[in-house]
Design a protein around this ligand. Structure first.
Ligand code: UDP
Length: 480
């Protein structure tokens, strides 16, 4: 039975869709378990949420309409949140309105697809392309693609075959995940790999078929580089002569916090260890945090270790800037936003020599790479930077320049936008052709052009202008 509240919400959905009519392309970013407006830094909310939100905002700044679809996790959550003009989060109901660990979400995906189709029908919103994130959304995307024929772009964020490579008892869902990840690579119009390592893993472990384009993750470099070390330390009440070792991230075994704590236990005294990240009581991350707290106690590091809890994105730049070194000790890391956020704040990074970190941290220039799960190597690397302020500053300056030139949201969003345009240009030009009065000969020539060449966005604009000139009779097609 429909309640008044649910009828009202349908009305508000319709209104808000009517408020944003546009001739601009409309993109659907789908992130079933990663709400782009969630509190980041605890279970279920990490890099993927940030990636989707930053990409959505940056595309909207470029003049696109962006709807970011996610699953409702609480009955009181608003259905539609407008983050900026042209960029909205839309929460669909699929399964109970409560947090569900991602390994248990697969059974709710058909309901998510249905809710998405209902939303589209109800609001009359026409999407040009869908960009799915993580295998769960990828499955949703394949369904929508087969029903509506929409072009699909996919970002994996993590690959099951890599994540479970050395895991003795992978969860039951791992086998389904592998099949879905293979289908996505083979059937989506293009897969975005956030690092060359991920592209190689996809080819070797998932499938030889399918199109892959490497485009890294981007961050708001101005935001993370907005504060100096001195001001940050004043704000956080840290004295200027303290030695700060920083970790930022979720509590998850694969993040390797254990290796970091063990490394710190054999460092000379005089440092402070900041572990920044939250957890959800009763969740897997809560258990992991407790395990780390016990280890800290066991190794006699209680007095020098600060568990800050989750820190908002607004306050994080101060933590990054206050650190002397930021450690990313992951055992597996598809990309690792934390590394580039720290570098944007001029803080050198010591990271495990794995996954995307191999391509974001330049060994001996912006920080150091060490073998994963090797607390002794990590201890030596931390020690070498803590005792050398000049080297830290040199790495920190180089790190900031490196991140600004490679990983800014604007630069990355421009590459993603270009990819979307190349995949939708055909539909776009077909729509223009249909609305204009062109001679059959000219239309044939344009169709031939579309078949023979993948047009760039600047070429599409030029073509659109030409079509206008022809249809207004200002130019005429003459065959020789
Ligand atoms: N983060 C945060 N608050 C915290 C801890 C982490 O906002 O207390 C954010 C951090 O800034 C980063 C994200 O969580 O953007 C973690 O992304 P990353 O790619 O490093 O790891 P993931 O969580 O995706 O495994």
């Amino acid at each position: 039975m429909k309640t008044i509240a649910s009828l009202n919400s349908v009305k508000s959905l319709e209104n808000s869709a009517l408020e944003t009519p546009s001739s601009q392309p409309t993109y659907a970013l789908i992130s079933v378990h990663g709400d782009p407006t969630a509190e980041i830094g605890k279970e279920g909310a990490g890099g993927q949420n940030v990636y989707v939100r930053e990409l959505g905002l940056a595309l909207a700044k470029r003049g696109c309409q962006v709807d970011m679809f996610t699953r409702r996790e609480h009955p009181n959550q608003q259905e539609i949140v407008e983050l900026a003009p042209g960029c909205r989060t839309i929460r669909l109901t699929a399964g109970p309105a409560e947090f569900i660990p991602r390994n248990d979400l697969f059974e709710h995906l058909p309901e998510f697809v249905e809710a998405w189709l209902n939303f589209q029908q109800r609001t009359g919103r026409k999407y040009t392309l869908i960009h799915t994130n993580y295998w769960l959304s990828g499955w949703v995307g394949l369904e929508l693609k087969s029903q509506l024929g929409l072009p699909q772009v996919h970002t994996y964020h993590s690959i099951g075959a890599v994540k479970y490579r050395n895991v003795e008892n992978p969860p039951q869902v791992a086998a389904i995940r592998h099949c879905v990840e293979k289908a996505i690579l083979e059937q989506a119009d293009c897969v975005i790999s956030t690092s060359p390592q991920e592209a190689e893993d996809l080819r070797q472990l998932i499938s030889q078929y399918g199109r892959i384009k490497v485009i890294p993750c981007g961050i708001n470099t101005e935001h993370f580089g907005s504060i100096s070390k001195e001001v940050a330390r004043q704000q956080l009440g840290i004295t200027s002569d303290s030695q700060i070792i920083l970790y930022v991230g979720r509590f998850d075994r694969r993040k390797g916090v254990e290796t970091l704590v063990k490394a710190c236990a054999s460092l000379p005294s005089g440092f402070q260890l900041y572990l920044v990240g939250g957890s959800r009581e009763g969740g897997a991350d809560f258990q992991e945090q407790q395990r780390i707290q016990n280890l800290v106690k066991e190794l006699g590091l209680e007095a020098v270790t600060n568990f800050t809890g989750r820190i908002s994105q607004a306050l994080l730049p101060a933590y990054y800037a206050a650190g002397d070194v930021c450690i990313v000790p992951s055992y597996y890391e598809p990309f690792g936003l934390v590394a580039i956020e720290a570098m944007a704040a001029k803080t050198p990074v010591i990271a495990s020599d794995v996954g995307g970190l191999q391509h974001t941290v330049v060994h001996g220039e912006t920080g150091l790479l060490v073998p994963p799960q090797d607390s002794n190597a990590l201890k030596n690397a931390i020690g070498s930077l803590l005792e050398n302020r000049i080297l830290r500053e040199k790495y920190g300056n180089a790190a900031q320049n490196w991140v600004q030139s490679r990983f800014s949201t604007q630069g990355v969003a421009a590459q993603v936008h270009e990819l979307y345009q190349s995949l939708t240009v055909d539909t776009f030009v077909q729509e223009i052709i249909q609305t204009k009065n062109l001679t059959p000969e000219l239309e044939k020539q344009i169709q031939n052009l579309l078949k023979s060449k993948a047009l760039k966005s600047s070429e599409v604009k030029a073509l659109e202008k030409l079509i206008d000139l022809f249809s207004n009779g200002i130019l005429q097609w003459v065959t020789s």
